[in-house]
Design a protein around this ligand. Structure first.
Ligand code: TRP
Ligand code: ZN
Length: 461
């Protein structure tokens, strides 16, 4: 080898060693995290390579113009060596990004934000990302035409997120498999209310603007985050067992909703008797005029209702979701029937207890309804079908078939045990079928084959 070539090789090696040293303190060489978690219906929701532990959101909103200024501080743990990672964000402008206090590159492509930290992040380590962003948050229109995301109202806004709307107001890992705790602080003009999930953590007015702070200590899937800004009457009370209750009502809906809101603590207690201990540190409800939103939603601790759907069965439905969907969350959107079947079955149980309609009659009515037979509940054909009748009505029929097969005692052991076993976690359809069989000691494959996965309406059993 010529001396000149040898020098060149030594120099090249030196450059390689130096490059290795800048790639993280222990010299990790990461790869980019995936843009999604391969959900069968929403492949780009959520992100690969890390797990969010906590969101600390500081938002400043001007109801007059609709402008939002936000800082999202996201604490996460890497699940691989990372050279870059994604966040989901819809619209809005990213002003800056830092990772562990150091400036990071941030690039947008559609609803994906890619953050490239100065140093690679080592598998297993905790890291803190701060995104500053601003702009005019927009609604997200699902392929089923339901409106979610950021919905403006005359005096403020309502932010709702099932299944993908939360990316309209904060960057994150917006798939239910990545649950995290939350601090949400919202600054609005004095006199305007801002209500979110969990417990109030402060209310401070400085220079004509008030910061409303809310804390969620239990893990939450991001689609369950709620923010209601505007002219709202906010009331704080407690259930007989001492659970704090926060309700927020638009003045236009206040009179018509007052009686049922007063009964909310009894509804929570009724659910707890059937499903086990209430999973969160507070409860409540938000009631808005009917034109504001077309559906009720089980947002964590504080479900939201359009006034024309604020009735006993819908209230019990959204409260039942606190156990089934919110505490025990779906592993993927394919498991949505696990949410809606239990919530619908809770309606059937409630009608039996309070309206003298036996559960069997509700089952019969669902069986006769042609709409429930469009597809098997465990296999919605596409994202437009996640909230279609079979997921609700036929899903509840699956549960009733389990009850018929195992008897009442074993059935309620399964219901309460399921809520306890996966409390604050995630679970799939396979987890449920295995659990029901294990807990009852019965082979339930016929129930699954016919009612959960089968095509079309079976003969009446
Ligand atoms: N999950 C809600 C409930 O049943 C309903 C819901 C959420 C919905 N998003 C939707 C219904 C979109 C129709 C379209 O409590
Ligand atoms: Zn529901």
């Amino acid at each position: 080898m010529e001396p000149r070539a040898a020098v060149r090789i030594v120099v090249a090696l030196g450059v390689l060693v130096l490059a290795g040293c800048t790639a993280g303190s222990v010299g990790v060489r990461g790869e980019p995290g995936a843009a999604g978690v391969r959900d069968p219906y929403f492949p780009r929701l959520g992100n690969g390579g890390y797990d969010v532990q906590h969101y600390d959101l500081a938002l400043d909103y001007d109801p007059a113009t609709g402008r939002l200024d936000g800082t999202a501080e996201i604490t996460a743990r890497a699940t691989q060596d990372l050279s870059a990672f994604h966040l989901d964000l819809h619209g809005l402008t990213v002003e800056s990004a830092t990772v562990d206090g150091r400036r990071a590159a941030a690039n947008r492509a559609g609803d994906e934000l890619t953050v490239r930290p100065r140093q690679d992040i080592e598998d297993g380590s905790r890291f803190r990302t701060v995104i500053r962003y601003s702009g005019f948050p927009r609604p997200v229109t699902d392929s089923d035409d339901a409106h979610e995301g950021w919905l403006r109202s005359p005096s403020g806004a309502l932010a709702v997120g099932e299944p993908s709307g939360s990316m309209a107001w904060f960057p994150g890992s917006h798939h239910p498999s990545d649950k995290a705790t939350y601090d949400i602080a919202v600054t609005v003009p004095k006199g305007v209310q801002a209500v979110s999930n969990g417990e109030r953590a402060g209310e401070r007015t400085v220079g004509g603007r008030t910061t409303h702070s809310w804390h969620s200590a239990e893990p939450m899937a991001s689609y369950l985050a709620i923010l209601a800004v505007g002219d709202l009457r906010v009331t704080t009370s407690r259930t007989p067992s001492g659970l704090p209750v926060v309700t927020a009502v638009d003045p236009k809906a206040a009179k018509a909703s007052a009686d049922l809101l007063g009964e909310l603590p009894d509804y929570v207690d009724w659910c707890a008797r059937h499903f086990g201990p209430y999973p969160f540190a507070s409860a409540g409800a938000i009631v808005v005029p009917s034109e504001r939103i077309g559906y009720a939603l089980e947002t964590q601790t504080r479900p939201v209702f359009p006034l024309d759907q604020f009735d006993g069965t819908t209230l019990v439905h959204e409260l039942a979701h606190q156990w089934f969907g919110n505490s025990v969350s779906p592993e993927s959107w394919r498991d949505i029937w696990l949410n809606e079947s239990f919530a619908t079955y809770a309606e059937w149980m409630w009608r039996e207890d309070f309206e003298d309609v036996p559960v069997e009659d509700s089952f019969e009515a669902a069986y006769e309804d042609d709409e429930n037979w469009a597809f098997p509940p465990a296999e919605p054909p596409g994202p437009d079908d996640l909230f279609a009748s079979p997921v609700y009505g036929r899903g509840a029929m699956v549960l009733h078939q389990v009850r018929e097969a195992v008897g009442d005692d074993a059935f309620f052991r399964i219901v309460r045990g399921w809520a306890a076993e996966h409390r604050h976690g995630n679970a799939s359809t396979d987890d449920f079928t295995a659990y029901a069989e294990e807990r009852s000691g019965k082979d339930l494959s016929e129930v699954w084959d016919v009612w959960l996965y089968g095509d079309g309406r079976p003969e009446t059993p």
